[in-house]
Design a protein. Structure first.
Length: 132
C-alpha cells in the first residue's frame, strides 16, 4: 500500500505520542548555515507506515526588553515507511540579521508528524544553529 503496512495494523497507522519512533539528526549536533542561508538536517521514520508533517526551528529570545519566540525556519515533509531523508530548510529573511549578530544560537527543532490515520505526535530536539 502507499502508506506501508498501515492498513494491516490494529491502529490503522497512528503515530504513538509517547514513542513516535521519529528521529532528527545533525552532524555533531550542529546546524551549519550556507552562504545562501540554507541548512540541512536528517530525518528518520522508524514506523511501518508513511508519515507527513511540519518541522520548525525556533527559540525564545529576549529582544528589546521583551521575550518573544523567534521562528528561524520551517518546512513541510513526507517520509516513507522505515525511511530516512535529508531536509533542507531556508532561514527566514527576517531572522538573518539576528542570527548574524548572535553568531550561533541553540534552537529547538520541533517535528510534528501524523500517519495515515491522523493524530499527530511531536518530537523536539535542541541543536546549535551557526550563522554563515
Amino acid at each position: 500500500t502507499p502508506y506501508g503496512l498501515a492498513a494491516f495494523l490494529a491502529s490503522g497507522g497512528v503515530v504513538d505520542q509517547r514513542h513516535p519512533d521519529l528521529r532528527v539528526s545533525a552532524p555533531r549536533g550542529r546546524l551549519r548555515v550556507s552562504s545562501l542561508w540554507i541548512t540541512r538536517l536528517g530525518l528518520w521514520n522508524g514506523n511501518a507506515f508513511a508519515v507527513h508533517g511540519s518541522i520548525v526551528l525556533r527559540r525564545r529570545l529576549r529582544i528589546g526588553g521583551h521575550a518573544r519566540t523567534v521562528r528561524f525556519a520551517g518546512a513541510r515533509f513526507a517520509l516513507g515507511p522505515l525511511a530516512g531523508a535529508g531536509q533542507t530548510l531556508a532561514i527566514t529573511s527576517g531572522t538573518r540579521a539576528l542570527l548574524r549578530r548572535l553568531r550561533s544560537v541553540v534552537v529547538t527543532v520541533e517535528l510534528q508528524a501524523g500517519g495515515p490515520a491522523g493524530r499527530s505526535a511531536t518530537v523536539r530536539k535542541n541543536l546549535r544553529l551557526y550563522a554563515p
